[in-house]
Design a protein around this ligand. Sequence first.
Ligand SMILES: [Ca+2]
Length: 159
Amino acid sequence: MLLRSLFVLFLIFLTFCNAEEELIERKLTGKTIYISTIKLPWFQALNHCVKNGYTMVSIKTFEENKELLKELKRVIRTEDTQVWIGGLKHHQFANFRWVSDGSHVATASGYTNWAPGEPADSFYYDQFCMAMLFRKDGAPWDDLNCWVKNLFVCEKRDD
Ligand SMILES: [Ca+2]
């Protein structure tokens, strides 16, 4: 009886885990994205993307930003206000680069969508990872502490 109860609990646990790991996959122009249903620190998020055959999302044009934002707004709950994207600064004085191909965020296409005053590292120089900040009027980019746990977006670009 105890064994049976434990087995049922185990099945419930597995179901719960699968629900947590569920992929939200969407086809966008030129790429497939995968929106996480779990929150992770930035580096673990990148690892999660790579393990699933993706990299972290890059945003090279206004159109890409608009399309991604539209998709995210459909699936992300209003209380989730920060979502990791694939921009990383390797050291304090470096520029942000997209991890997908190493290109500079600022010069990849000339397009950026930083929030006013960002990227603005804090006094402690601990903001090396890029996120979208969800607000009523849009989702500008910000650099945040990489250890914060956020939802994240992975991408696989079409060949
Ligand atoms: Ca910042």
